[in-house]
Design a protein around this ligand. Structure first.
Ligand SMILES: Nc1nc2c(ncn2[C@@H]2O[C@H](COP(=O)(O)OP(=O)(O)OP(=O)(O)O)[C@@H](O)[C@H]2O)c(=O)[nH]1
Ligand SMILES: [Mg+2]
Length: 289
């Protein structure tokens, strides 16, 4: 899998000297430390190492190379295999902190859906900055999506409401709603998000999904963001951006395992098609190979 080379290299560089030896206490200790440094999260790292100890004992595995394979399987299990279902009329409310990559992700999703023959509506629910709506409008043009925006400072929930009506009138079956970046610690902004979500949930005839965009370079900070956004509007899936620029890609394991929220997509670069559907098997085997 593309984009997790930095995480993989950093994870295993600390272990290099241990691979010539047998599986001993040093190996397990170094592994635990490396996992924690890759932002897998302390709880998940401890669990993984415990499970690996049990499996190697049970299967009488003695070489670190074989232990790596066993570890990949443990990781894959922790990641789960829930695939997003975007069939039928579907609205995706895209949320996250400032600069996480929400607007970029919407543009990339629009391109993907268009290729699949879907008719896309983009709604500029980020009314905080005029430039934000303009940025999204340009992406709508480039990906030939329909587009609805409000004026600067207008009520984002009202813009989403208008977008839903326009999507129905123009027979769009995928509605991608952008929202302003907001810090999860800002109570009033999280209340505003609840209102936006409730308007979408009540107004849209099809499935309403919430997608949290997390910046992978923030590492475990993303876990806390996910927890708070999930409390406010119940997050259905995560897109993890900027995985290409960080050694903290282990945070995927932390959010899947500790919050049970599936990772749907990964941003792995600056180019337009650098958004990959998340593949637990490929992730686990690339990271632990
Ligand atoms: N390297 C890399 N950069 C990315 C990725 N995804 C987004 N970016 C960059 O991150 C920056 C912020 O992206 P935006 O999409 O504007 O983020 P946003 O969440 O909409 O930001 P606000 O609307 O200000 O809250 C841009 O410079 C993007 O090019 C990725 O997967 N990899
Ligand atoms: Mg934006």
């Amino acid at each position: 899998m593309k984009g997790i080379e930095k995480t993989r290299n950093s994870l295993w560089s600390r272990m290099a000297g241990l691979f010539t030896r047998s599986l001993d206490e040093d190996f397990f200790e170094a592994l635990e430390e490396s996992l924690i440094l890759a932002d897998v999260g302390v709880n998940t790292a401890l669990e993984m190492v415990e499970e690996l100890r049990a499996v190697t004992k049970q299967k009488k595995i003695t070489s670190p190379e074989l232990a790596r394979e066993a570890l990949a399987e443990i990781a894959e299990e922790k990641l789960g295999s829930v695939q997003p279902d975007f069939s039928g009329p579907c609205l995706i409310l895209v949320v996250g902190v400032n600069g996480a990559g929400k607007t970029t992700t919407i543009a990339r999703l629009s391109q993907r859906f268009k290729m699949q023959g879907r008719k896309v509506m983009m709604v500029a629910g980020d009314t905080f900055r005029a430039a934000a709506s303009e940025q999204l409008g340009q992406w709508a043009q480039r990906t030939e999506a329909q587009f609805v925006r409000g004026s600067e400072g207008s009520d984002p929930a009202a813009v989403i409401f208008d977008g839903i009506n326009a999507a129905r009138a123009r027979q769009c079956d995928i509605v991608l709603c952008d929202t302003a970046g907001r810090l999860h610690s800002r109570k009033n902004l999280m209340e505003e998000l609840k209102k936006i979500h409730s308007v979408a949930a009540k107004g849209f005839i099809g499935k309403v999904l919430t997608m949290l965009v997390l910046d992978a370079t923030m590492g475990l900070n993303g876990l806390e963001q996910a927890r708070v956004f999930d409390e406010a509007i119940k997050i259905d899936g995560i897109t993890l951006t900027k995985l290409d620029g960080t050694a903290k890609g282990g945070v995927v394991l932390a959010v899947s395992d500790q919050l049970g929220i599936p990772v749907w997509f990964c941003g792995v670069g600056e180019k337009e098609d650098d958004l990959q559907p998340f593949d637990a098997n490929a992730y686990a085997h690339t990271l632990f190979k």
